[in-house]
Structures are given as C-alpha cells and as structure tokens.
Design a protein around this ligand. Structure first.
Ligand code: VGL
Ligand code: ZN
Length: 204
C-alpha cells in the first residue's frame, strides 16, 4: 500500500508568504496531478505558537490559526484523510512530519498497511529532507517526487545537496511523469531501446 505525504504546502512557504520558498507554488499542480495514484494521502502543516524559539532562526511563519498557516488555496485537499501538525511547541523542532504532535505518523501509516511512502512539498532542504530521512529510518520504501518539491536554498545548491543526501540514505528520486507512466524512467528508456532493436532485427 502506497501513501503520499504532502509536506507543508502552506501560504507562508509560497511566494508572498512570510518564509517564501522560491517558486514554492509550482509544486501545487504537480501534486494535484498525481493524487489519484495513492491509496492514502496525508498532509503535514508547520503549526507554530506565536512565540517560539524556532523564530530566532526563521522569520515568524505558519503561526497557528493564521492565513499563512493554511494550505495553498489551489492545493486539492479532497483526498487528504489525515492532517498532521508539527513544530507546535516552543522549541526548534518539527522539521520532520514524524515529529507531529497530534498523531504518531509511523504508527498511523503502519496501521493502514502503508509500506511505501512518496514525499512531496516544501521545503526540499528542511522539512521534506527530514521527513524522507525519517521515513527510511522507520522502514518505509521511500521516494521523493523531485518535480513536486522546492528548496529554500539559503545557500545556492542546498536543495540539490539535500536530494543527494536523501538518495544516499536510500530514498528513491522519481518524477511525476514517471509515476503517471507507472514505470521508472530508466524502464522507459530501455523499452525504447528494445523497440529499436526489434525494428533493426526486422529490417535485417
Ligand atoms: C520549514 C523552515 C522552518 C519547512 C519549516 O517546512 O521546510 N523550513 N520551518
Ligand atoms: Zn517552521
């Protein structure tokens, strides 16, 4: 059973928000496009109290019950069966959805028979990274959909470095096209090669 984890696709992480990820909103339509492929869809929210030591590192963002903490208005949440909230205490924590305070995400997913998790959302170099690494540690077959994530990139290249780190930890990097074709892209390439070989054999 396969689940999609939508990480922090909230107004404050999108252009115009308090901690905007460059092109953060580009992930929205990609996520909407792949939703139907999953048995279960879960979404996380960064959900901070007004006063948090987390805000000594970051501009205040995703404060509980504010507009900035709401999902992006175009995100299709109709298939989301569980919202998990994290970063809810006055601590610098909650980068991983597995640190959610309203639900034990690992227990929840395992109780639903989920063994395969696809991670999308914001931001590649923080909460997507932490969530995907935690998923691997907890024994889920884990993939990140690389065209459905975007990075803060405080230093240029942070997002790419995070993807590389995740891959080295055992996370598979996939694309939404790859998912919608239901075969990995390498598979497509080798299929194309086989076809060409067949053509050659016929003409010989
Ligand atoms: C995040 C920085 C601070 C994230 C949350 O969702 O990636 N990044 N809080
Ligand atoms: Zn935060």
């Amino acid at each position: 059973m396969r689940a999609l984890l939508i990480v922090d696709v909230q107004n404050d992480f999108c252009p115009g928000g308090a901690l905007a990820v460059p092109e953060g909103d580009k992930v929205v339509h990609v996520i909407n496009r792949i939703l139907d492929w999953f048995d279960l869809v879960v979404a996380s929210k960064d959900w901070h109290p007004r006063d948090s030591v987390h805000f000594s590192k970051w501009p205040p963002h995703c404060v509980q019950e504010t507009h900035g903490a709401e999902f992006h208005p175009e995100l299709d949440t109709s298939k989301v069966v569980q919202v998990v909230v994290k970063g809810t205490g006055n601590r610098d924590d909650g980068y991983s959805a597995y640190e959610a305070t309203n639900v034990d995400l690992e227990e929840y997913l395992k109780s639903k028979g989920i063994d395969e998790l696809f991670v999308v959302g914001l931001a590649t170099d923080y909460c997507v990274r932490a969530s995907a690494l935690d998923a691997v540690r907890r024994g889920f077959r884990t993939s990140v959909v690389i065209d459905a994530v975007a990075a803060v990139d405080i230093l240029p290249g942070d997002g790419d470095a995070a993807l590389k780190e995740m891959e080295q930890a055992g996370v598979r990097l996939v694309t939404s096209d790859g998912i919608l074709c239901r075969v990995p892209e390498k598979g497509l390439q080798s299929q194309a090669r086989n076809l060409k070989d067949e053509d050659r054999n016929k003409s010989q």
